[in-house]
Design a protein around this ligand. Structure first.
Ligand code: HEM
Length: 451
């Protein structure tokens, strides 16, 4: 046996979550299955643990909370730029079948573009002009990653050349960290240039596509629930109004971000139902490991060292035996108590995690959108902060509702029928089409009074 897909039938009570914990935390070695992509030798895919560790810990300080808070003003600026684009209507289009002649927008594309701008500005220090030049073409090339497609490989190579030419004084923290490690990349793993480009490419993909998609799913679900959307908007408006009211008007801080418990519940529920990296992780067992092979707690077998195992998030996050009969429903209220102001603990069932950032990056045996340390998501803190900066700005200014063709697609079969693109990231194949109108001050105030 060389591969195991850790996907359990619904009656396999609780066993898969234990297997997930075991595989993800004990076996950090990646399965050698990512090599097909043009950027397959990056540190996300690295099968040599020492080399992976050297690279990850050479870069990760740039996405730790102390650094991230210095990016907040950039996140805010790009969120406001997106609002300006929506208000101008220039990128809107008209779809037959809509209920008005107002423009509709592909919000998925606009959020992915904004997420790219935020990350490229914060982590690489790219200018708005550079972002405009690169955003669409590099996002397209990364989403394909097909090494046989010459246009893809040329765009990826051009991006690596362009960033390699950015002078020291103009490099953002992550770009500078990529440069610092460059001379030390061993020849045995492809040499300095190849390792630099591979890491640059995977970071460029991961830093925008995942967070853009998660915000997109969150807005999709809120658009289906106008009352809840207005309550989240009211909560956001209160926090943003407090910031504006302060003398000299300041950027948001971590404390502000955690004054929005309803938004936090919505984000958590989105990460549960739509974990952007749905497949979780592919690992290679580093030692013989006892895993479950049947429905009962004692149905186990020893899986030999060297076997490739997939530890899916999607499956655990949607299991009826772990979440109840409404597991398939997007229901932020299931996170009652979580994300409340002043609470930095994450309590899920009988599990109480009290580490400093657990309230910001919750994980439990049944909930692991970023999988588990030590090889969990590199950018989880960045993503969590970004979603809490961008969504409040958008929701405080606009009301979002589903437009054609998305509205009919969802009416026909729920959000699952938006057709997931499972080439790495969980996202809709045909975009997310929405109508957007300025949020009425009066209705928001009224709802807020009821909060
Ligand atoms: C909501 C947004 C995000 C989700 C759900 C997500 C999820 C994940 C998951 C499930 C993994 C695999 C971990 C494993 O193998 O066990 C991962 C890895 C990774 N993520 Fe994210 N991610 C997100 C945002 C980001 C951002 C914003 C960045 C960059 C700034 C990023 C960079 C990476 C990298 C580089 C890895 C590889 C880590 C390693 O192998 O050491 N991710 N992510």
């Amino acid at each position: 046996m060389s591969r195991v897909l850790a996907h359990a039938p619904l009656h396999a009570r609780g066993v898969l979550q234990d297997d997930h914990v075991k595989v993800a935390s004990e076996h950090v070695k990646k399965a050698p299955v990512y090599d097909g992509a043009s950027y397959g030798k990056n540190f996300l895919a690295h099968v040599d643990n020492d080399e992976w560790r050297r690279r990850r810990f050479g870069y990760i300080f740039t996405v730790m909370p102390d650094y991230i808070k210095t990016y907040f003003h950039k996140m805010e600026r790009h969120a406001h730029a997106l609002c300006d684009r929506l208000a101008s209507g220039v990128e809107g289009t008209f779809m037959y079948g809509g209920s008005s002649p107002d423009p509709v927008f592909n919000i998925h594309e606009m959020l992915a573009d904004t997420a790219f701008a935020i990350a490229a500005d914060s982590l690489f220090n790219m200018t708005d002009q550079e972002i405009r030049v690169w955003s669409r073409k590099i996002r397209w090339a990364l989403a394909s990653g097909d090494p046989a497609d010459k246009a893809v490989t040329k765009t990826l190579a051009d991006w690596a050349d362009f960033t390699a030419g950015v002078p020291h004084a103009r490099r953002g923290p992550l770009l500078e960290a990529l440069f610092e490690l460059k001379p030390d990349h061993p020849e045995s793993f492809g040499g300095a240039g190849k390792a630099f480009a591979d890491d640059l490419h995977i970071l460029t993909l991961a830093m925008h596509d995942t967070t853009g998609a998660t915000m997109m799913w969150c807005l999709t679900e809120l658009a289906r629930r106008p009352q809840l959307q207005a309550r989240v908007a009211a909560e956001a408006r209160e926090v943003l109004a407090d910031i504006e009211a302060e003398a000299g008007s300041r950027a948001v801080t971590y404390d502000d971000l955690y004054k929005m418990p309803l938004l936090t519940k919505c984000i958590n529920e989105t990460l549960r139902l739509y974990p952007a990296v749905a497949y979780g992780s592919m690992r290679q067992l580093e030692h013989d490991t006892e895993l479950h092979c049947g429905p009962g707690p004692d149905d186990t077998t020893v899986v030999p060292k060297g076997t490739n195992v997939m530890v899916q998030s999607f499956t655990n996050h949607r299991r009826v035996d772990l979440w109840g009969p409404d597991a398939a429903e997007w229901k932020p209220s299931r996170w009652q108590g979580f994300g409340d102001v002043g609470s930095y603990n994450f309590v899920d069932g009988d599990e109480d995690h009290t580490t400093t950032y657990s309230g910001r990056n919750p994980q439990s045996r049944r909930f692991h959108p970023f999988t588990r340390a030590p090889r969990d998501c590199f950018g989880k803190n960045f993503a969590q902060a970004e979603m809490r900066v961008v969504l409040p700005v958008l929701l405080s200014k606009f009301e979002f509702s589903l437009a054609e063709p998305t509205r009919s697609t969802v009416a026909g079969g729920g959000t699952d029928s938006m057709v997931y693109q499972l080439t790495g990231i969980l996202k809709p194949r045909d975009g997310l089409w929405m109508s957007v109108k300025p949020r009425s001050e009066a209705s928001t105030r009224e709802l807020h009074a009821k909060l």
